[in-house]
Design a protein around this ligand. Structure first.
Ligand code: NAD
Length: 295
């Protein structure tokens, strides 16, 4: 089985994912725009590259894990981008959360170079990236996914084929709308409970076995003293950054607009996350949204 890969984007998610591939015996070259991000992986045995094009020289698989659509375009189709040097027959797997249209455009450009492409965004935090328990939503040809399974299974516990190119990105954005809006609902509910004199621990206990239950409630009740592992117990750190959630809602709203659809709740929730960023909480877990709700 071919285990030569390049990994581009070694941040909160990419670094632990690349570390897993190294630990699983993959022959890995790495690139990040920030040289400091490459150092720990080079020390662990990866080859540090000078550019995305340099990283892909001997790679059969090219993984990108970058913040947003423009970063993916720069690192793949841009000058010194991975697709300027990728070998025909190799596979580009973009695991970033980006616009589905960009996923499709990158896949089309890759095709002109004889490179197959998958969009494969993930759900799961940096802890999920570290222990290989991510859910991976894949868009692209089923046979390309089959060729890539031995790589993806090092990174994720659940790999779901969502359809043609761009459909992995589409499913991810639809999921983010649920995660973001349910978090605001949970936060408002805790504000109501507070105003009515309800013990937040009692609310958590009752609602996790009632109709109000949700992943947002279970993993991150937004007030301290309710759940040990909740970000609210540690100043809303670490966690999934509010700025990333706002970015995902931006993507969801623009994808909705191109489909001629309004998402009134997601739009209102987007504005709350924008306010949270302006209030200086953009780098905190997204459950910090309670801080911009009326008291
Ligand atoms: P991050 O900002 O921590 O890391 C991104 C890395 O990409 C940085 O090291 C940056 O230097 C590098 N980079 C930026 N532009 C580059 C370029 N042109 N070439 C090479 N490197 C470049 O982001 P992250 O938290 O790792 O998130 C990555 C993606 O995964 C995002 O799309 C995010 O929405 C998604 N995601 C994140 C989480 C999470 O919990 N953090 C969970 C699920 C999905």
């Amino acid at each position: 089985m071919d285990t030569r890969a390049a990994f581009i984007g070694l941040g909160t998610m990419g670094r632990p994912m690349a570390s897993r591939l190294l630990a699983a015996g993959w022959d890995l070259s790495v690139f990040d725009a920030d040289p400091a991000a490459m150092r720990p992986l080079v020390e662990a045995g990866a080859r540090g590259a000078a550019s995305p094009a340099d990283a892909v020289a001997d790679a059969s698989f090219i993984v990108t894990m970058l913040p947003n659509s423009q970063h993916v375009l720069d690192a793949t189709t841009g000058q010194d981008g991975a697709l300027t040097a990728a070998a025909p027959g190799s596979v580009l797997i973009d695991m970033s959360t980006i616009n589905p249209m960009t996923s499709r455009n990158v896949a089309t450009f890759a095709g002109t170079r004889g490179v197959a492409a998958l969009d494969a965004p993930v759900s799961g935090s940096s802890a999920g990236a570290a222990d290989g328990s991510l859910t991976i939503m894949v868009g692209g040809d089923a046979d390309v996914l089959d060729r890539s399974r031995h790589l993806l299974s090092v990174l994720g516990a659940r790999i779901v084929h969502c359809g043609r190119s761009g459909m992995g990105s589409a499913v991810k954005l639809a999921n983010q709308v649920m995660a973001a809006t349910s978090m605001v609902a949970v936060a408002e509910s805790f504000r109501l409970a507070q105003a009515l004199g309800v013990d937040p621990r009692l609310l958590y206990d009752v609602s996790t076995s009632s109709s109000g239950d949700s992943w947002s409630l279970r993993t991150r009740p937004p007030v301290p003293g309710v759940l040990d592992s909740s970000p609210a117990n540690h100043g809303f750190r670490p966690g999934f950054k509010a700025d990333l959630m706002r970015k995902d809602l931006d993507l969801a709203l623009s994808a909705a607009a191109s489909a001629g659809l309004d998402l009134p709740l997601a739009a209102a929730v987007h504005d709350l996350y924008a306010d949270l960023g302006k209030a200086g909480f953009g780098d905190r877990d997204f459950s910090a949204v309670i801080e911009v709700l009326p008291r």
